[in-house]
Design a protein around this ligand. Sequence first.
Ligand code: NAD
Length: 337
Amino acid sequence: MTAVPTPLELHRFKDAATGLDAVVAIDDLTLGPAFGGCRFRPYPDGAAVEADACRLAEGMTLKNALAGIPFGGGKAVLRRPPEAFDRSALFAAFGRHVDTLGGRYVTAMDAGTQTEDMDAIATGTRFVSGCSGQEGDPSPHTARGMAHGIRAAVHAELARGLDGVRIAIQGVGHVGAALAELLAADGAELLVADVDARQAQAVAAATGARAIHPGEILATPCDVLAPCAFGGVLDDAILPSLQCRIIAGAANNQLAHPGVATALAARGILYVPDFVINSGGVIHAALAWKGLDAASIASRVDRIGDTVAEILHRAKATNALAEDTAVALARSRLAAA
Ligand code: NAD
């Protein structure tokens, strides 16, 4: 387990009346107010909530810096109460606490939260994105950025467009399904897998993809493997069976540990850092909160392809890992601000 980073600010909010038990970690404010979603799930104890918030907040600093948005990094983690609770009262209480931070942290949707929760938060603060009427689902924007990133990676590594390129997508939920449609439109040959077999079949029918068993997708021969289900999927056990040239997926923290990046490079597999390629959702949520129009936001999401190309070019030129190059580029942007 990697060390827990120390954030700039750590706030713990408890509210006995509603069962709220939340941590807001503000990691960095160099580029602007900290922007990052609020996660809502069960945790074994307060220390686990705090550790998750600190790690996620640091990741948001890097992601936002590379995304080129005027926001620092922060994250909220809310412990889901084990007993029955009033959901809207809990999120409204959270909103009141977010407001006490005076705009240094802006919250948004994350795993376990939905538009209605953002609406409840908005009863207590204006520092929230993704409320009703604001097109809250970040997934189509994440998928759009992913498609640009995959095009850039295929161009850099295989010197071709996506026509006829074989792409395997693990998990065709909100992001994976939208990504499949975009890649199919570019002429890619798609393989999809999901533990929800009906979902995989539906996406296959809509995109012309071939649905395969979820147990086979990671080891299937392909040009690009796109893990779009859950984190930690690239571990020591799966490494020897991978048969892809590029890994570029939406799932956060795909590498089970940092050594996997080195092992992938040794096998000649290019790993495109997840926090670079999956930033379309946060770009949309953050810039929509700032009031930018849809076309301007879309053009910012489209720049993910350029960022991926720049990172891969620098990594190749310096014989470094794309992961390390991306972190260094984010840190240099922070240092220059
Ligand atoms: P989702 O829950 O809508 O989709 C995930 C899909 O993966 C589901 O259909 C699920 O059935 C499937 N799945 C789960 N385990 C699987 C397995 N072992 N094999 C194959 N399929 C499996 O989630 P999402 O919103 O599409 O996000 C996908 C990933 O991308 C998540 O890790 C998420 O944290 C990350 N991410 C999402 C966004 C976004 O905008 N939604 C942004 C950044 C990162």
